[in-house]
Design a binder for this molecule. Sequence first.
Ligand SMILES: [Zn+2]
Length: 472
Amino acid sequence: MRYRNDLFQSTNPPKNETNNTQKHLFIGVACAALITISYAFFAEKFEPSAPETIALTIPDITTKIEQTGGTKTLITELGITEVQPLTAVNANTPTQSMQSLSTIWQEHKVKSGESLSAIFSSNDLNKLDLHNIVHANDISSQFATIRPGKSLMIGHDISGELSHLIYKKNAYAELKATKLEDGTFKVELLEQEVDRKINTATGVIHTSLFVDGKNAGLSDNIIMQLANIFAWDIDFALNLHEGDRFSIIYEKLYIGSKLIGPGNIIAAEFINQGKSIKTVRYQNAEGKASYYTSGGNSMRKAFLRTPIDFARISSHFNLKRKHPVLNRIRAHKGVDYAARSGTPIKAAGDGKITYRGRKGGYGRVVIVQHGQKYSTLYAHMSKYRKGQRVGSRVKQGQVIGYVGKSGLASGPHLHYEFRVNGVHRNPLTVTLPNANPIEAKYKADFLEKSKTLFEQLEQLSSTQVAVAHISE
Ligand SMILES: [Zn+2]
């Protein structure tokens, strides 16, 4: 998909209007003549104030749009529905760039496993430009962390040379590289100011976390976060009880007056069968965030109880089981989860792959070693996760393979084993070690910052009980 647009700079901030579109059109420096034209246009629409770079969000463009001389024409043609100010985050003084009057833009959707270098190759772009972009300054290396599904906007000047590269990181931040006269690039992180507004919600379980969460006004995303935070303590599918309650404090993200999406849950309490669990999110100085109890213990365990979603237990751990295929007594030293073929299988904990291959009746097997004491085994896979091998380090929850029926299996399922010091233990009942508590160096900071949040949770919860009594 290609389109053309004019580039110019306006000193007039825009008025916010609504829109949901993905692509951004940046307006940079051009020439005096165009500034005059653009000013004339913006003057009718926006009140003048402090100078700012302007980004225009434009809807899907499927046709090639010819430059017709006036910015106004272009904007009308593109049907722009939103104009928002962006502020440059890096402290570099703005440099005069060699943006021409016309830039030809091309969108590249990042595919899974695709690097910036691969994108440069597939689009016939100059490797020297790639080097200059990635090494432009401190933030330019962020171009190397592009993620699948996101868009890169590639801008060429009239001569076909790369003049701009824009990576839209999320709903409010973009990384922009602009070619300078000497062939190097200026790289800036353009961010819109995001307001994190704090909300609270409480709810009582009557049906399910999903239904009652919705009734409490929570979005799907926040309900998923809530389920993930308490996943190690509460089985939301099997172990919820009528009258269980939750209270949460969470963020909603705004740009201006426009809601752009959910933020994080920053504190939550869940009362399951009368037992209260409270937690607060803490982000350390290195930017790593996790949820902790008031004493600084992690809400996570070192292992997932179940290394697969969308499955049901089809056979329990049983040392005297009659084997369904061999039809004789043979210990079943793991748990079987029936699931559709191809369902992802996750590493139960952080560790290292020590075996990946066929193993008799187990078919395709992966074994992960977690420190000295623990190991987990995953059998009957249809295929392994690409890019991993014996010796690969895996993180808890990382996909390592897919459900199948390789080896001796009557149907697609995961056979999962958990060993402690080499001895098979029942994965469903074995005591799982806690994930690491908050690091000692952050403990004081955590206690100080979390205190108010735990108090607010307490207050929220007691208000909920009081309201419930009044309505009875
Ligand atoms: Zn089994």
